[in-house]
Design a binder for this molecule. Structure first.
Ligand code: SF4
Length: 377
């Protein structure tokens, strides 16, 4: 686990530094709708941008103002501090309006803070529906992205290279599926914090290295004893979360274990492999637009609820923590619907509103989690 913890607890981990030292390029991107396979096929390391390690908000606050989600603010704060200076490019995705504003705020901040906007600073649009019009648009968006990468970095992204990259990512997907099977066991032998770290690591590490480490970790896991003591089995869902402190807060010193989650940095449709035959661009478009369901998409509530039910049943979940970052309308409102529907089925739910970034309100959050655990028999 040490390798994964190193990768997920710092913005520029050792593997990224080694990659840079070998003269290769790194591009940061902001949302799970981007197919990282495209960068992989171009020989570029795709790194999902995270706002961890922030120790102030003076830059984020100045450009965004007070009434907005703290995730894009933390990203801007870190950009303004030069923490993303290892990047050769950035791709912004309008996952929500707050993330769309990151594009303009980062550009504006770049006028005042020298060198924080990389030469290649691009926007990748994602439709809000996956039916015909949306899908055609998304396919075109992917083709445009490939052309822009080829022009900027002097590379060629061929169909063969894309298929190879899809194969490589599929290997990781299969391994994560096995992890999900393991954590769903009655006598669970792995903490949610460990699984979450291993999943986030997949978004910030060179893929081959990640897959190798995942294989080793799985070998180790299969020989492990179950965690000590009777455990209350939880699921965590909601707004963006890539801070393992939240999971540690839930699990450390309690009798709880997170056995499932539905978070855009976590495992959503594990094992959902991308077909390698046929047009790779079409396969990527279908996979990322149709299966990465998030409340930003129209008409997918029932699909998301069905996914939660399936996870609850498979992993024997006894309680669900529905967290949302303050001012996150997408997850804040959807969590209300989930709570209504899950509680109607007898599944205890805890709604938590919080800020992204270093957990400032640990006392309040811990108190509420402890009270919730007491509710679960
Ligand atoms: S947490 Fe909500 S508001 Fe914040 S970036 Fe994600 S979707 Fe947007």
């Amino acid at each position: 686990m040490h390798f994964f913890y190193d990768a997920v607890t710092r913005i520029e981990n050792h593997a990224i530094t080694r990659w840079k030292q070998s003269g290769k390029k790194v591009v940061g991107y902001t949302c799970s709708y981007v197919p990282p396979e495209i960068f992989h096929a171009a020989g570029i390391l795709p790194v999902r941008l995270r706002g961890i390690e922030t120790d102030g908000m003076e830059i984020g606050d100045a450009y965004f103002g007070p009434f907005i989600c703290s995730f894009p603010k933390c990203l801007l704060q870190q950009a303004g501090k030069g923490e993303f200076s290892f990047l050769d490019g950035v791709l912004i995705i309008p996952g929500c309006d707050a993330m769309r504003r990151l594009d303009e705020c980062w550009r504006k901040a770049g006028e005042d803070h020298q060198g924080i906007v990389p030469t290649w600073f691009e926007y990748f649009d994602v439709p809000h529906k996956s039916e015909v019009h949306g899908m055609n648009w998304f396919v075109q968006e992917i083709r445009n992205l490939i052309e822009r990468i080829e022009r900027q970095f002097g590379v060629s992204v061929t169909g063969t290279a894309l298929r190879e990259s899809i194969r490589e990512y599929n290997r990781g997907r299969r391994l994560l599926k096995t992890v999900e099977t393991l954590r769903a066991e009655k006598n669970v032998r792995v903490s949610g914090t460990d699984v979450f770290s291993a999943t986030i690591a997949g978004t910030v590490l060179p893929r081959e290295e990640y897959t190798r480490q995942l294989e080793k970790w799985l070998e180790d896991l299969s020989g492990r004893d179950p965690l000590e003591g009777e455990k209350k089995r939880l699921m965590v869902i909601g707004s963006i979360a890539d801070e393992i402190d939240l999971f540690q807060l839930i699990e450390n010193g309690t009798d709880a274990v997170v056995v499932a989650e539905n978070l855009c940095f976590g495992v959503r449709y594990e094992g959902n492999e991308i077909p390698v035959n046929g047009d790779p661009i079409l396969s990527l478009a279908r996979h990322y637009l149709e299966t990465s369901v998030c409340p930003r998409m129209f008409g997918k509530y029932k699909q998301r609820l069905a996914l939660l039910r399936e996870k609850i049943e498979r992993a024997g979940v006894e309680g669900v923590i529905l967290q949302n970052i303050r001012f996150c309308d997408l997850h804040g409102s959807e969590n209300g619907l989930f709570q209504r529907d899950l509680e109607a089925e007898g599944i205890p739910c805890l709604r938590l509103e919080r800020e992204y970034g270093p957990l400032k309100e640990t006392g309040r959050i811990k108190l509420r989690i402890d009270a919730f655990l007491e509710q679960i028999a």
